[in-house]
Structures are given as structure tokens and as C-alpha cells.
Design a protein around this ligand. Structure first.
Ligand SMILES: Cc1cc2nc3c(=O)[nH]c(=O)nc-3n(C[C@H](O)[C@H](O)[C@H](O)COP(=O)(O)OP(=O)(O)OC[C@H]3O[C@@H](n4cnc5c(N)ncnc54)[C@H](O)[C@@H]3O)c2cc1C
Length: 475
């Protein structure tokens, strides 16, 4: 074993509201991961696995612990242009994957709202896309993986060879072992563009109705919500529907298989570097103009509806948030948290309305709201259910009392959701308490997960701040 160079660094979540100092190693080979596991097993302590650090909260953070940052293990071993199956290292990002696949007429089946996410992080969190209602979660397009257990042994796993490990490792938020290679199925596309509609939704119920009416036909559905609107306008927003194009439908479509035409352009109007936009957004947040910005965006929706449908590249449709680099800096210095409740279909309208009303009542109105339709999936620690999620971004104050008040509000909201049989998603969580863990998943799933943790990781080598907060391992 060669000497491993751990570096003392601040390691934070994407939201910048959580994090701490950790000893970070960036391995480039499977052997180095095994060496790191062996060293920390020998010296005592724990390791947090980390992809590209795009979880909002503390899922890939370990204060005062070791952190294995896998972003440099980013080789695509192979891509089969006949089947669309990619074999990749865990640090390969959604961006790396689509840039490779689109050139052959394939697109990843499930992508997140940013392309910066790694394949290891996507599998560990079992991420979902704007098509979750139709195709399910990321885990459903994983064909197999190599998984290094905390002992250093590597197992090759498929859903047939070891169904229990397959369905627990995916969704297991880095608690059972480390993905060192993944085999991922992408899908055939016949154009580099999608047909997109903007649809104005006058309130929450209208938004939910559109999701129900269209989910049998649409490939993708997602709605932006103006969460500042109240009363009869509460929950109004702009729904986006996107459909794939059939072969020959878009005469210019094959040209957009060129990855450079998918990329998000670096300049606004070809001139203003998008990296300069966040200071303006910072002013909107700190000068309390977010309500106005939301109002303007909602008004602009009518124009988009009139001009629909239109053609948009896959990249532009999926990765809207990547349009503005470092947009999250607008919430500095306190950062942001995202609170994303998953609510069963039958309670959707009532619970989501109550949540937004309580935010107004408490004076903590999210600056961004995103509504999606979901379906259940077969993974053990899943957040998927037959219902809706509403992702709400809150700017966090650097004043302790205001921060505590926001956390108290989120605890109240979490109770509403859990009482209704809802769930949470740890990639987005910053607030859940250990007492909520079994309520999110049910006693049986938690007991199975704990017994797998005991079997594969009896020494609790793999830990994060999230896992300690949830009581998966003792704090
Ligand atoms: C702007 C933005 C938009 C987003 N949009 C969506 C969205 O639309 N849908 C969605 O589902 N999510 C979304 N997310 C969340 C994101 O997809 C998840 O947090 C994802 O897990 C991040 O991947 P990562 O590589 O950054 O992983 P990290 O955040 O670094 O780690 C996530 C988890 O994976 C574990 N892990 C990482 N690598 C490995 C490995 N090799 N083996 C085992 N465990 C590992 C870590 O321990 C941690 O628990 C978004 C995030 C951002 C910032």
C-alpha cells in the first residue's frame, strides 16, 4: 500500500448551509479505494463517499471524518452504439454520459436538473428525472455494478445475481459500499431535440390536474410554481411538457446529435457571461424582490404558452439550472436548503396547499418551487411513491434565530407529510430528525436496511453527517 495523501479541507453540500472540515482523498483507481478503506479500518474513524457533491445538504459530508471524493474516477470504459449500454466509473457525470451517448443517437433515460451529478451519486441516491411518472428512477436503468464492500471485497451485482443487495445499494445513500463501476442503459432518440409546451396553470389544483391529464401521453412533465402567490392564485405556475420526436419528425434533428449544439451557451444574448448573473440574483434575494421576480416569470408564461409547441435541445430542456453558473451563490452567506416532500396522490392537493400556506404564515416563502409527478420503484430506501413532490428552495439566514425558525417550520411541514404517508429524499434533505427515519420508509424496510448495514459494514466504516443525523449509525 502506498502512502495516501488525505488533505484537510472544508467539505460542504451544494446548498452551502451544511458542511465541515474533513480529510479528503481523491482516488483514481479501485486499488486506492481499497487502500483507503484498509487504512481507515486500521486507524479507526469513518469514511464518507462523495461523488461531485451535488446533494443539497449533508449526504456527502462528514465533519471531522475522512471523505473519499470519487470525481476523478471518471473514465467511460465503453459505450455500445448498438445497444446504448455504457460501462462507466463512478465519477463519470451525467454530462460525460450524454456527451458520449448523443453522438450515437442515445440519451440517458433518467437525468437530474443539473448535469454535474456523478453516476455513483445518482445510483446511491436513486435520482429521478422529469419523467419519473413514466420510466421510474435511475436505478431502473442500471444493468449491473461492481461494488466494493467496506471489507475491501468487490462484488459484481445484477438484479438477478443478488436482488437484495442490488435494490439496497441503489438508494442506500453510500452506507453499504462503494460503486466502482456501473453498467447503464441509455435510450434511443431520433432527434437531438424535444417538442416542448409551456402551459400556464392558474393554481395548485390546476397544476395537479394537468399532471393527471397528461401523464399518460407526455414523456416529461415538470411545473415551476410561483410560491409567493396566495389565496385563489396559490400554487399557480408554468407547466412544461416535453415529448420525444419520432424518426423523421424533425428534419434538422440529427444535426443536434452534435454535443456542442446541446451544450448550454456560456453567454446571455451571446454577450453577457452567465457567470456574472448571480450577483444580480443575489440582490433580488437580499433586497426582498423574489416575489416580484416570480410574478414577472409567471406573467412571461402566457407568451411562452402562445408560442408553444417549440423545439428545444435535450440539454436545454433538462439542465435549465445549469444555464446560470453558480446561481446558488445568490443565497450567500447563509446558503440554501431544499425541502422536497413526496406526498401520496390522494393527499396531494390538501397537503401541498397546507404546506404553502404554512410557509406564508411563518414568513418563510421559498424562492423556487418545482412540482413533479412520481411513481413507486423497487428500491429499499426509495423516496418514490404514487404521488407528487414539491421541491422548495429556502434561502437560509446567517442569523441563528432565523435559521432555527426555518428548521422548526420544516419539522412541522415534515410531520404533515409523514402523517399523510409521505416520504423524503435524502439528496435534498437538511432537516429530518432520527425519529422520522422509520416513518419515511416503514419499520420493515428500516429493519432490513439496518441488518444489511450490520452484515456488510459491522464497524460502521461508512458514515456521513446525514447518516448520523438520521440515526443510521450512532452519532
Ligand atoms: C441544481 C441541482 C438539481 C438537482 N436536480 C435533481 C433532480 O432533478 N432529480 C434528482 O433526483 N436529484 C436532483 N438533484 C440532486 C442530485 O441528483 C443528487 O444529490 C445526486 O446524488 C448528486 O450526485 P453527486 O455525484 O453529486 O453525489 P454526492 O452528493 O457527492 O453524494 C450523494 C450520495 O451518494 C453517495 N455516493 C457518492 N458516490 C458514491 C459511490 N461511488 N458509491 C456509493 N455511494 C456513493 C454519497 O455518500 C452520498 O450519500 C439536484 C441537485 C442539484 C444541485
Amino acid at each position: 500500500m502506498t502512502g495516501l495523501l488525505w488533505k484537510d479541507e472544508h467539505v460542504g453540500g451544494f446548498g452551502m448551509a451544511m458542511g465541515g472540515r474533513g480529510r479528503v482523498l481523491r482516488p483514481t483507481t479501485e486499488e486506492q479505494i481499497a487502500d483507503a478503506f484498509a487504512e481507515v479500518r486500521r486507524t479507526g474513524g469513518s469514511i464518507a463517499l462523495r461523488g461531485t457533491g451535488n446533494s443539497y445538504g449533508d449526504a456527502a459530508v462528514s465533519t471531522n471524518g475522512h471523505v473519499l471524493d470519487l470525481s476523478r474516477m471518471n473514465r467511460i470504459h465503453s459505450f455500445d452504439p448498438e445497444t446504448g449500454v455504457a460501462s462507466v466509473e463512478p465519477g463519470v457525470t451525467v454530462r460525460d454520459l450524454w456527451r458520449c451517448s448523443i453522438a450515437h443517437g442515445f440519451w440517458p433515460k433518467v437525468v437530474s436538473g443539473t448535469m454535474a451529478v456523478s453516476m455513483g451519486g445518482a445510483a446511491a441516491m436513486n435520482i429521478h428525472g422529469k419523467n419519473n411518472f413514466a420510466v421510474g428512477s435511475f436505478g431502473e436503468c442500471v444493468k449491473s455494478f461492481d461494488f466494493m464492500l467496506p471489507s475491501g471485497d468487490v462484488v459484481h451485482c445484477t438484479r438477478e445475481s443478488d436482488p437484495q443487495l442490488f435494490h439496497a445499494a441503489i438508494s442506500g445513500f453510500g452506507m453499504l459500499g462503494c460503486f466502482t463501476r456501473l453498467e447503464i442503459q441509455t435510450k434511443r432518440v431520433h432527434s437531438g431535440r424535444l417538442r416542448v409546451w409551456g402551459i400556464v396553470a392558474k393554481d395548485l389544483e390546476h397544476n395537479l390536474q394537468i399532471l393527471e391529464d397528461m401523464r399518460g401521453q407526455a414523456d416529461y412533465l415538470v411545473s415551476w410554481l410561483d410560491l409567493h402567490a396566495k389565496g385563489k392564485d396559490l400554487g399557480r405556475g408554468l407547466m412544461h411538457r416535453a415529448d420525444q420526436l419520432a424518426a423523421g419528425e424533425d428534419p434538422d434533428g440529427l444535426r443536434f446529435f452534435d454535443p456542442s449544439l446541446q451544450d448550454v451557451p456560456p453567454n446571455l444574448f451571446g454577450v453577457v457571461p452567465k457567470g456574472w448573473l448571480w450577483p444580480g440574483m443575489w440582490c433580488a434575494v437580499h433586497m426582498k424582490q423574489v416575489g416580484l421576480v416570480n410574478w414577472l416569470k409567471f406573467r412571461a408564461g402566457a407568451g411562452e404558452e402562445r408560442n408553444s409547441p417549440y423545439l428545444q435541445t435535450h440539454g436545454a430542456f433538462h439542465f435549465l439550472l445549469d444555464y446560470v453558473p453558480r446561481w446558488h451563490w445568490m443565497t450567500k452567506p447563509g446558503g440554501l436548503i431544499q425541502f422536497q416532500p413526496f406526498v401520496p396522490f390522494q393527499h396531494g392537493a390538501r397537503v401541498l396547499r397546507q404546506i404553502v400556506e404554512r410557509c406564508h404564515g411563518a414568513g418563510h416563502v421559498p424562492y423556487l418551487g418545482v412540482l413533479k409527478r412520481h411513481r413507486p420503484d423497487p428500491f429499499l430506501m426509495t423516496h418514490g411513491l404514487d404521488g407528487y413532490s414539491l421541491a422548495m428552495d429556502f434561502a437560509v439566514s446567517s442569523r441563528r434565530s432565523k435559521r432555527d425558525a426555518l428548521w422548526r417550520l420544516c419539522h412541522e411541514l415534515a410531520d404533515l407529510v409523514l402523517d399523510a404517508g409521505g416520504r423524503f429524499y435524502y439528496a435534498k434533505d437538511a432537516v429530518l430528525l432520527a425519529s422520522s427515519f422509520a416513518r419515511v420508509h416503514g419499520d420493515a424496510a428500516v429493519a432490513t436496511f439496518r441488518s444489511l448495514k450490520e452484515r456488510f459494514d459491522p464497524g460502521n466504516l461508512l458514515q456521513t453527517d446525514l447518516s448520523r443525523r438520521l440515526g443510521v449509525v450512532a452519532g
